[in-house]
Design a protein around this ligand. Structure first.
Ligand code: XUL
Ligand code: CO
Length: 435
């Protein structure tokens, strides 16, 4: 086996003062924070697609990367797997994620494509065994091939719906066999460009049926992982049906799946939807559907899903504060759905991207743990809502008082509420003390 990452040494924790650019300054897998190993808090995953499949193209130009595995054959797929597992091992990343079409070429029929995926999964099983890398999630690519140009589950052609269902069946089973912790559905082209050619209500019903089929099959095969939907507001379609966490929750409720399916929240998708990342996290937690995270940022100016490695410690710290405060990950983790910039040609660039991202998250986690341990933020929050601890307030929230009874209470008690400061500047300054 030729090594793609020639002369690269495994990346190790060397502490903040280390001058080597390919060492962890903050990510120390065994360090205990809030009673849990850092590795188990963060559950990092490397994505197969952007790291090994994307060729560097943008709307104005084609391939910039040259990789020995670019090509359509199974031998290319095996070479790609060699490089991928080398990277996972060099980084000490505990997990990876893949789409079926990332790992194996499309065949002349679905049966041949599925066989290709299975053959690669067998190779993965041996590599996972020898390297200790685990599968955070698998997923099906239901958006690249032209048959899916008008969507998969939401396609006007039922044959496409059926083809997509058969494709998902295979990847769900492969994910199960590889011990995957989750299965993700990102609504690639589930959305529309114009209502002039779109029956929106029918398409939502199709998508609801599709997801129910996936959940039924999960139970049938005994897959213990979590089914996750990844919200995104637009790109590729103008109106994606899985717009954001709130929209996904409404969809799950309508199709009876709110106890079966959770969300995989991507930082850049939250930004495209006009939300702060931590808003999406907190909302998912509040609704009981927080699952996993794609930890890649967007450029704030470009308006595109730029899939960049995270590098802003204060932002990451705040997000991790809410994730950990809400109980942390169970089956989920932090997947780097990240692309190099198209000028970053060298194998080393893939290492630099991931090392920086993992260190940034580790540093953010240390700050988040300090915020939680210190408790000052929580004390402020508790005191803000302390009034709800009174007997009449509790009765009001529990639904024990009618509108009339509440009105009587206001009058009898002579209520005259006085506004209190929200203390935002104080709280923001407090957060900065931990960074
Ligand atoms: C697309 C995206 C996908 C999903 C998996 O924006 O994020 O890569 O994460 O299909
Ligand atoms: Co993603």
């Amino acid at each position: 086996m030729t090594r793609f990452f020639q002369d690269c040494e495994p990346v190790r924790y060397r502490g903040p003062d280390c001058s080597d650019s390919l060492a962890y300054r903050w990510y120390d897998p065994d360090r205990i924070l809030l009673g849990r190993r850092m590795e188990d808090h963060l559950r990092f995953a490397v994505c197969y697609w952007h790291s090994f499949v994307w060729q560097g193209n943008d709307p104005f130009g084609g391939q910039t990367f040259e990789r020995p595995w670019f090509g359509d054959g199974m031998s290319h797929a095996r070479q790609k797997a060699d490089a991928a597992f080398q990277l996972f091992e060099l980084l000490g990343a505990p997990f990876f994620c893949f789409h079926d079409r990332d790992i194996a070429p499309e065949g002349d029929s679905l049966a041949e494509s599925n066989r290709n995926v299975r053959e690669m999964a067998e190779l993965f099983a041996t590599r996972m065994e020898s390297t200790g890398t685990r599968l955070l999630w698998g997923t099906a690519n239901l958006f690249s091939h032209r048959r899916y140009m008008a969507g998969a589950a939401t396609n006007p052609d039922p044959d496409v719906f059926a083809y997509a269902a058969a494709q998902v069946k295979n990847v769900l089973e492969v994910t199960h066999e590889l011990g995957g912790a989750n299965y993700v559905l990102w609504g690639g082209r589930e959305g529309y460009e114009t209502l002039l050619n779109t029956d929106l209500r029918r398409e939502l019903d199709q998508m609801g049926r599709f997801l129910n089929l996936v959940v039924e099959h999960k139970h049938k095969i005994g897959f213990g992982g979590t089914i996750l939907i990844e919200p995104k507001p637009q790109e590729p379609t103008k109106h994606q049906y899985d717009f954001d966490v709130a929209t996904v929750y409404a969809f799950l409720k309508r199709y009876g799946l709110e106890d079966e399916v959770k969300v995989n929240i991507e930082v850049g998708h939250a930004v495209l939807a006009g939300h702060a990342f931590e808003h999406e996290i907190a909302l998912a937690q509040a609704l009981g559907i927080f699952g996993s995270v794609d930890m890649n940022r967007n450029d704030y100016q470009s308006g595109w899903d730029t899939d960049q490695f995270p590098n802003n410690v204060p932002e990451v710290a705040l997000a991790l504060y809410f994730i950990v405060k809400g109980g942390g990950f169970t089956s989920g983790g932090l997947n780097f759905d990240t692309k190099l910039r198209r000028q970053s040609l060298d194998p080393e660039d893939l290492l630099h991207g991931h090392v920086g991202a993992m260190d940034c998250c580790a540093r953010g986690l240390i700050a988040a743990a300090a915020m939680i341990e210190d408790g000052s933020l929580q004390i402020e929050l508790d005191s803000r809502y302390a009034g709800w601890g009174s007997a009449p307030a509790k009765a009001m929230l529990a639904g024990d008082l009618s509108l009339e009874q509440i009105a009587d209470w206001v009058e009898e008690a002579g209520l005259n509420p006085q506004p209190r400061s929200g203390r935002q500047e104080y709280l923001e300054n407090l957060v900065n003390r931990y960074l």
